[in-house]
Unconditional design. Sequence first.
Length: 158
Amino acid sequence: MAEDVYLTRDFYHTLLKNLENLKKERIRIAGAIDEARQQGDISENAEYDAAKEAQAHNVLQIAELEETLTSVKIIEDQNIPGDKIFIGAIVALKDMKTNKAFKYMIVSPQEANFEENKISIYSPIGKGLMGHGAGEELDIKVPVGVLKYKILKIERPK
């Protein structure tokens, strides 16, 4: 049985849309294979080979996505304490060296996106924040050294 995958409701719906698009693409690829077959000898048909390769890749992507989706637990539906940092928490931090404040959302690796300030629970910062509460000051070891943060606030998505 697959391991639980914790996702936000929004990202879950994004994955459902991706699956829908992959299934539409599967239909287009099947048409391309049929068209290439109609061109005659498939033993030396580059279009046929490319379409078959695309089909194999598409089938694999669909299977992986379907497996992930069967294991999804929606973060917002879980009874996760709001006073400590766990998956799904939106954390306001202050960098103690620069005095700059910023926010991260702690998410599963599948949803991590640094440009959206979504960091994985398995990243060095994610691991360092887990289980801590507002007001705490932390030294988090990362590959480039040690980051010093103060946890200003913890929120949960609605």
